[in-house]
Design a protein around this ligand. Structure first.
Ligand code: ZN
Length: 119
């Protein structure tokens, strides 16, 4: 039986191979730059922290412009065809919103006749 004789040689070869492999590995990656799993944890921790406030952030206040607040330009005066009430509108649009007639009851008139433009 000569099978057991080659076993120590194999172990020695394996040991040499491991030594060379470790030396090569050490040359590739210096001991000071060993991968630290803490960095991965910190990266994921900051990642989740960055995501959470961004989704909960309120909208940018600059997106809202107060251009619709000021009333400018001419006023178009319409008179309801049903009750004769004059209605001032900012648009040249004769359709009227719900309003009340002179008796205080809701008027069914939904269209106004153009009277004049007030500048
Ligand atoms: Zn009316």
């Amino acid at each position: 039986m000569s099978a057991g004789a080659s076993a120590p040689a194999l172990v020695e070869q394996l040991g040499l191979f491991c030594q060379r492999w470790h030396r090569r590995r050490a040359s590739y990656r210096p001991a000071g730059e060993v991968f630290d799993p803490r960095y991965a944890v910190e990266l994921t921790a900051t990642g989740t922290l960055n995501v959470a406030p961004s989704t909960a952030m309120p909208r940018m206040p600059r997106m809202q412009r107060a251009s619709r607040g000021r009333v400018e330009g001419p006023t178009y005066i319409f008179r309801c065809a049903v009750c004769g009430k004059t209605i001032n509108k900012k648009k040249m649009d004769g359709t009227l919103n719900a309003h009340k007639n002179k008796q205080g009851y809701p008027c069914y008139g939904r269209y106004g006749m153009y009277v004049r433009t007030k500048y």
